[in-house]
Ligand binder design. Structure first.
Ligand code: SF4
Ligand code: SF4
Length: 416
């Protein structure tokens, strides 16, 4: 017998010409709009322990990954970084570019911007406050404008189903490149309406973006740590453009996924590194499933970016409407237990059907931790232990390398 429905969420279609989508949320999945959080705690942690980007906080392993990448991955990633450089640079300087027209007094331009973004190909577009509580410490003061336009660009369906593979990495990084270019086009459009715009590049983000996407009603946080949006789940790449334009904010939505993920758990069970926690915790004031970075990173680095947690998510594969309708009808998770949803291949390790996981030795999870300078100190200490006192030339070279690292402008260190 079908489950009682609490409410039906109505969202725009995937493309501008598509009909609206209606997503039924079962009564037993109804919760709060967005994510349960303790607002005062979010503020407290942002003041006392501000977030920092992976680029800086985990700099040591960002150098290390190049030592374990496959040749093809290293070549491709290097080429991607080169292609992204001008886009990242243009985004970094975008706040200073002046509007190209005078604004129309009193006009709210929310729907003009939304229409433009949808025409450009963004599948999800929402407006909210740029919440500085999620800004990275190294980017404090960089973000100039108060309003955030949250944008999700879908990545290719078929390529994503081949995770983990280089084919999937082509759409992962390729989507970032397209998105970076679209950011420039959108900023120019906003300036043509008389306002300023700043691009927060997906390749050099200023903040943890997902909380703002949730506030803008574009989805909810999944147990895989990714934004689950209605049409493509987490199969998208996120970017924010901030502006001083007069806009109206959207509201967070209860899609039922805060509770659904606890029923589903497919990503948790299928993660090769066992990096996803079954139970939710309160982390920096937000109730969520926490990802164990140290168990994810070695898998991602060695197996073409991994991404199994994206591939096996039914929302990514079937869309939110189909998943929620199935749950209302049967109480089941669409596709759960099938190889079609849960099976995956790890390059060099073979195929893992539903219920089967790879085994890794303990050494597999050893990798350098902390910032780049932390790793440098660790290497120095290891050397002292094995080779004894360094020469004065070696000491000078070490000091020089530390100085270079400490002087590097954090904004020159790009996100993955
Ligand atoms: S990327 Fe792979 S290892 Fe990391 S959390 Fe997802 S499934 Fe697990
Ligand atoms: S696989 Fe299931 S538990 Fe994981 S994010 Fe998707 S819906 Fe949530």
């Amino acid at each position: 017998m079908p489950r009682p429905v609490s409410h039906v969420v109505k969202r725009p279609g995937r493309k501008p010409e598509d009909p609206d989508l209606e997503i039924p949320v079962a009564e037993d999945l109804a919760g709060v709009p967005g994510v349960p959080l303790i607002d005062a705690d979010v503020s407290f942690y942002s003041r006392v322990e501000p977030l920092e980007s992976q680029t800086i906080e985990k700099g040591a392993d960002r150098d290390w990954v190049w030592t374990v990448y496959s040749d093809e991955m290293a070549r491709y990633k290097q080429a991607h970084d080169e292609r992204s450089k001008p886009l990242v640079q243009a985004a970094a300087e975008s706040a200073g570019v002046a509007p190209t027209a005078a604004p129309e007094p009193g006009k709210d331009i929310t729907e003009d911007i939304r229409r433009k973004c949808r025409e450009m190909g963004f599948g999800e577009v929402g407006f909210t406050k740029y919440d500085r509580r999620y800004t990275y410490a190294s980017k404090k003061g960089w973000a100039k404008f108060p309003h955030a336009i949250c944008l999700a660009l879908e990545q290719d369906y078929d390529q994503t189903q081949t995770i983990a593979s280089m084919e999937a990495e082509y759409t992962h990084y390729g989507t970032y490149e397209v998105e970076g270019a679209l950011g420039l086009e959108l900023a120019a459009y906003i300036r043509s309406l008389g306002y300023r715009a700043q691009i927060h590049s997906p390749s050099d983000p200023s903040a943890a973006f997902i909380p703002m996407f949730v506030s803008a009603g574009l989805g909810q946080l999944g147990a895989n740590g990714q934004l689950l949006s209605p049409h493509f789940g987490s199969r998208s790449r996120l970017m924010i453009v901030t502006t001083d334009a007069a806009v109206t904010y959207d509201k967070p939505v209860d899609y039922g996924f805060h509770k659904f993920c606890q029923v589903c758990q497919v990503c948790v069970n299928r993660c090769p590194g066992r990096a996803l926690e079954k139970q939710k915790v309160i982390w920096r004031g937000v109730e969520k499933n926490k990802l164990i970075y140290d168990r994810c990173r070695p898998v991602m680095a060695r197996y073409d970016g991994c991404g199994v947690c994206m591939k096996v998510c039914p929302v990514q594969k079937y869309g939110m409407k189909a998943v929620m309708e199935e749950y209302v009808e049967t109480g089941e998770v669409l596709g759960k237990g099938t190889d079609d949803l849960e099976g995956y291949t790890l390059p060099g390790r073979g195929y893992f059907e539903s219920g089967k996981l790879p085994h890794f030795d303990r050494d597999f999870f050893e990798f350098p931790h902390g910032r780049r300078e932390d790793w440098l100190f660790q290497q120095f200490k290891d050397r002292l232990a094995t080779d004894g006192a360094p020469t004065s030339e070696e000491l000078t070279e070490f000091a020089q390398r530390v100085k270079t690292l400490l002087k590097t402008d954090p904004s020159e260190l790009r996100e993955e």
